[in-house]
Design a protein around this ligand. Structure first.
Ligand code: ATP
Ligand code: MG
Length: 569
C-alpha cells in the first residue's frame, strides 16, 4: 500500500477531522467566504447496477464532508441513459447509502428532473451560436474530429444558421427523426489539444422508454452536458469526481461559462482500486447474468449489499474509507487492509460462541452417563458489559476433525492417541482409543477426562499445550455454514489483455458445510446476527436463507489473514 494514502490516522468520532487535499481546498474557500460559506456536495450514481466498495469510498467522502462542514450532500441519480437503468437499482442504492449511515434528507434528485431545464439551456447555446445540429454519421464525426496530435476538420453542418439549428433541434425533440439521424453538438474548438473541447455531443436521439420520464423524451443528454448543469442547478459548491474526469473539466467549465450560470468547482480524486477485486459495474453484471455468483448480493461480490449480507459492519467500511485516504494519483489498495479493519471492529463487538464445523464425535468413557454440567462462558473478553452465558458439558461431545491427528506431526499440540488437550471452559481429556469404520475412516474417539482439571477451579492449575473448542452432542443444534473466500485468484483479474477476468474466478471461493454443530445459545439467532466462532473466524446468520427451521451462517472473515502466508510461500 502507498504511504501517501494514509494521510489520516484519526478515528471516527474523534474530535480531529480527517485531512486530505479536498478538505484543504474547502478550508481555503471558507477562508475567503467563497459560496457565502456554504459547503454542498453530491453523490451521483448512475442507476445501472448495485453500488460497490469504490462507491462506498465516494459516499463516505461526499457525505463525510457535508457532515463535518455542517453542509449538505445531495443524492442525485444520474439517469440520463434510458436503456440500462432500472428501479431495482435505484432502491438498492438508497438502501446501501442508508446502511452505511448517511442521510440525504429531502435531497433526492434525478438528472431526468432537469430534462426541460437542460433543453432550455441547449436552446440558449444554439441562439448564442455555441451549439449546432450535426447530421453526420457517428463514423464521420469520429473521422472529422482528428486525434490529440492532429486538429479536427469542420464538417458540412457546422455553420448552419441559428434558425435552422433551432428548427432541427425542436423536431429532434418532437420525435420526427429516427435514432442516430442528428445530434446536437457544442461549437467548441476543433484544434484544441483536449478532445473533449472538439464539439462534444450534447444530445442524441434515442427512442427509448425511461424509468421516470416514460416516453416523453426521445432525445437524451450526454453525461458531460447533464452533469455540470445539474450541479449548477443544485448549487453544488464542490463537485467531487474520480480522475478519469480530469480532462473533462475544461468542458464542464466551458458549458457553465457559456450559459453564465452558477459555477461549482469540479475536483478529481483517485478512484479506489482493490487487489483481487473487480470493480466495474459492467463486469459485475456479467458475473450476475452469467450465474457465476448467486446475485448482486452474493457474499463474494464487492458490492455493498454483498458485504452487508456477508456480515461486514458499516463502521468497518467507513473506517476503511478513511484509512485509504484521498489520493491524487491512481493506486491499488490491498484487500487485506479491508479485512484487517473488519476484524478490528468485529473483535470489539462480536459475541464469542463455540461451533464445530466438521464434527468428530468424542465419548468421555469415565464421565457419568446422565450428568450435565453447566459452565459459564465469557461472551466477549474485549467487553465485560457483554457478560457471560451458560454452556453445557456431557459425556458425548463433538470436536473439530482437524483437531485430532492419529499420527501427529511435530508441534501438533491438539489431540492425538495417548495425548492430552484442554477443552475450552471444561476439562483436560486424553485420547485412549480411535474407532474407525470398515473403510478406515475415523468416526469416533474414546477419551477419558481428569475430574481435577475443571476450568476455573483452584485444582485446575495443571497445564497442557493445546486448548480446543467443542459442543455437547445432546445439546448441539445443527446449521449450514458457508465458507467464503476471495472470488478471484489473481491480484488484478481485470488487468489481463489476453485473458477474460472470469478465467480467474477462484473455484474454492464457496464451500458449503452442512451438519455443523453449534452451541444451543445460537438457536434464536436472527438473520444478520454476528458471532465469533472461537478459533474459526467471524460468522453471520444469512439474511436471506437463515430462519428458525434452518440456520445458515456465512463466514464473514477468518481470524487471521490466511492469504498472507500463501503469498510468502
Ligand atoms: P463503474 O465504473 O464501477 O461502473 P461508475 O463510475 O460508472 O462506476 P457511477 O454510478 O457513475 O459509477 O458512480 C457514482 C459515483 O461514484 C461517481 O462520482 C464516481 O466517480 C464514484 N465512483 C465510482 N467508482 C469509484 C471508485 N472505484 N472509487 C471511488 N469512487 C468511485
Ligand atoms: Mg459512470
Amino acid at each position: 500500500m502507498h504511504e501517501e494514502n494514509i494521510n489520516s490516522e484519526t478515528k471516527e468520532n474523534d474530535s480531529i477531522k480527517p485531512s486530505n487535499f479536498i478538505r484543504d481546498i474547502i478550508d481555503e474557500d471558507l477562508k475567503i467566504n467563497k459560496n457565502e460559506g456554504r459547503v454542498h456536495t453530491r453523490f451521483p450514481p448512475e442507476p445501472n447496477g448495485y453500488l460497490h466498495i469504490g462507491h462506498a469510498k465516494s459516499i463516505c467522502l461526499n457525505f463525510g464532508i457535508a457532515r463535518d462542514y455542517k453542509g449538505f450532500c445531495n443524492l442525485r441519480f444520474d439517469d440520463t441513459n434510458p436503456a440500462k437503468e432500472e428501479v431495482e437499482y435505484v432502491d438498492s442504492i438508497k438502501e446501501d447509502i442508508k446502511w452505511l449511515g448517511f442521510d440525504w434528507g429531502e435531497r433526492e434528485y434525478y438528472a431526468s428532473d432537469y430534462f426541460y431545464k437542460l433543453y432550455d439551456f441547449a436552446v440558449q447555446l444554439i441562439k448564442q451560436g455555441d451549439a449546432y445540429v450535426d447530421s453526420c454519421s457517428s463514423e464521420e464525426i469520429k473521422e472529422l474530429r482528428g486525434n490529440p496530435t492532429e486538429p479536427g476538420k469542420e464538417g458540412p453542418y457546422r455553420n448552419r444558421s441559428v434558425e435552422e439549428n433551432l428548427d432541427l433541434f425542436e423536431r429532434m425533440k418532437n420525435g420526427e427523426f429516427p435514432d442516430g439521424k442528428h445530434v446536437l453538438r457544442a461549437k467548441g474548438n476543433l484544434s484544441s489539444p483536449n478532445m473533449n473541447l472538439r464539439d462534444s455531443i450534447m444530445y442524441r436521439i434515442r427512442h427509448a422508454h425511461h424509468h421516470r420520464t416514460g416516453d416523453k423524451w426521445c432525445i437524451y443528454p450526454m453525461y458531460d452536458w447533464a452533469h455540470g448543469q445539474s450541479d449548477s442547478i443544485e448549487k453544488i459548491t464542490h463537485s467531487i469526481c474520480t480522475l478519469e474526469f480530469e480532462n473533462h473539466r475544461p468542458l464542464y467549465d466551458w458549458y457553465i461559462e457559456k450559459l453564465g450560470i452558477y459555477h461549482p468547482q469540479q475536483i478529481e480524486f483517485a478512484r479506489l482500486n482493490l487487489n483481487y477485486t473487480i470493480m466495474s459495474k459492467r463486469k459485475l453484471l456479467e458475473l450476475v447474468e452469467g450465474k457465476f455468483v448467486a446475485g448482486w448480493d452474493d457474499p463474494r461480490m464487492p458490492t455493498i449489499s454483498a458485504f452487508r449480507r456477508r456480515g461486514y459492519t458499516p463502521e468497518s467500511i467507513r473506517t476503511f474509507a478513511e484509512r485509504v485516504g484521498v489520493a491524487k494519483r491512481d493506486n491499488i489498495i490491498d484487500l487485506a487492509l479491508l479485512e484487517h479493519t473488519l476484524r478490528e471492529d468485529l473483535n470489539k463487538r462480536a459475541q464469542r460462541v463455540m461451533a464445530v464445523l466438521r464434527p468428530l464425535k468424542v465419548t468421555i468413557t469415565n464421565y457419568p452417563d446422565n450428568l450435565v454440567e453447566e459452565m459459564d462462558a465469557v461472551n466477549n473478553p474485549e467487553d465485560d458489559l457483554m457478560g457471560s452465558r451458560t454452556i453445557y458439558f456431557s459425556k458425548e461431545i463433538y470436536i473439530e476433525q482437524d483437531d485430532f491427528m492419529e499420527n501427529p506431526m511435530k508441534k501438533f499440540f491438539r489431540l492425538s492417541p495417548g495425548n492430552e488437550v484442554r477443552l475450552r471452559y471444561a476439562y483436560i481429556i486424553k485420547c485412549d482409543d480411535v474407532i474407525k469404520d470398515e473403510n478406515g475412516n475415523i468416526i469416533e474417539l474414546k477419551c477419558s477426562y481428569d475430574p481435577e482439571t475443571k476450568s476455573g477451579s483452584t485444582a485446575s492449575q495443571r497445564k497442557v499445550k493445546g486448548t480446543i473448542h467443542w459442543v455437547s452432542a445432546k445439546h448441539a443444534i445443527e446449521a449450514e455454514v458457508r465458507l467464503y473466500d476471495r472470488l478471484f485468484t489473481d491480484e488484478d483479474p481485470g488487468g489481463h489483455k489476453d485473458k477474460d477476468f472470469k478465467e480467474f474466478i477462484n473455484p474454492l471461493s464457496l464451500e458449503i458445510l452442512s451438519g455443523c454443530k453449534l452451541e444451543p445459545y445460537l438457536k434464536d439467532s436472527n438473520p444478520g446476527d454476528r458471532y465469533q466462532f472461537e478459533r474459526l473466524g467471524y460468522f453471520c446468520a444469512d439474511s436471506k436463507d437463515s430462519n428458525k427451521d434452518k440456520l445458515v451462517f456465512n463466514r464473514t472473515v477468518t481470524l487471521k489473514d490466511t492469504w498472507a502466508k500463501i503469498s510468502k510461500g
